[in-house]
Design a protein around this ligand. Structure first.
Ligand SMILES: [Zn+2]
Length: 312
């Protein structure tokens, strides 16, 4: 049930206690089996080991929706335009007429500033929203010329960024989730096991209506065609996700895991792939939700529906 305010904005009632986690993984597609695919032969990579023409066994009753990342535009899907699409619900490659790699250009930034999922949720009266990743002091001291789609989406809604102090207090997670890369950057933080990090992220998700978490090491490994690193990192990522799911109340929480394009599932090529990406949905309303998702532009509207109107 929803209530229309006098100013025509819509807010949710106390009856809607749903929570959503959008778990974004850069460069994860649904590939074929073979020596080019690091998931093939990894026995402990569930739920991420998903192959074409196979019905995957997804822990915690997750549903896999093969999702189109090409969005009707020729060429290989790329990060800036794909992430913009995921984070806004706007088919960005269609609007700019191309897939844009790396960081958003001014045209994509305009789309994000107007349609950021964080902004759309705020406009619906949902204020308990967070980007769970951690920013280091370096980012604020010397702001990079190019910022990621996620950073722009957070800024569009005027949200504060989590910093290392938030991570130490258990309110944020680093993008490698173990903190090893944070230590390499000269910050001091305890190393976390994938299980510890999964519990921390679960507690963040439990105390917000909407949480975004971004993981992009998969895309870097794909471009480097580093099979050994893929075999080391992917089981850890899977452990992180399994503990996260174990610690969530899936009767009130919906988890959507998705990607902007394929990459790591085919290490025989340095480029992104044309493969569909797996959107994996868990928890509340996951069957209804799965029916709504065809391509990357469907993610934001689906999340909005879960958190405002409900799906039934
Ligand atoms: Zn890439």
């Amino acid at each position: 049930m929803i209530i229309a305010r006098a100013d025509c904005s819509v807010t949710e009632t106390m009856e809607n206690d749903s929570r959503v986690l959008l778990f974004f993984i850069d460069g994860l597609g649904i590939g074929t089996r073979g020596p080019h695919n690091p998931f093939d032969g990894l026995s402990d990579a569930a739920p991420l080991a998903i192959f074409q023409n196979e019905t995957p066994q997804v822990p915690f009753a997750g549903i896999v929706v093969p999702t189109d990342a090409c969005l009707g535009v020729e060429g290989r899907p790329q990060s800036a335009s794909g992430q913009t699409t995921i984070l806004t619900g706007v088919n960005a490659p269609e609007i700019i007429g191309a897939h844009k790699q790396g960081f958003p250009n001014p045209a994509l930034l305009d789309i994000i500033r107007e349609h950021s999922i964080f902004l759309q949720l705020k406009n619906k009266g949902i204020e308990s929203i967070t980007f769970a990743n951690t920013y280091t002091r370096k980012f604020f001291e010397r702001r990079p010329r190019w910022i990621s789609a996620t950073t722009a989406a957070v800024e569009a809604a005027g949200l504060r960024f989590n910093v290392v102090e938030d991570l130490l207090a258990g309110h944020a997670v680093y993008h490698d989730f173990t903190n090893a890369m944070l230590l390499e950057r000269g910050e001091s933080a305890p190393l976390r096991t994938p299980e510890e990090a999964g519990s921390v992220l679960a507690s963040i998700v439990s105390s917000h209506r909407f949480t975004l978490y971004e993981y992009f090491i998969t895309d870097k490994i794909g471009h480097a065609q580093d099979y050994g690193e893929a075999q080391r990192v992917l089981p850890m990522l899977a452990r992180f996700i399994r503990t996260l799911l174990q610690n969530l109340d899936l009767s009130i929480t919906t988890v959507l895991l998705t990607s902007d394009h394929g990459n790591i599932e085919d290490l025989s090529v340095r480029n992104h792939t044309l493969n569909p990406v797996p959107t994996i949905v868990w928890g509340r309303d996951c069957h209804l939700l799965a029916q709504r998702i065809r391509n990357l532009a469907d993610i934001t509207p689906t999340i909005l529906a879960v958190l405002t109107k409900g799906l039934s």
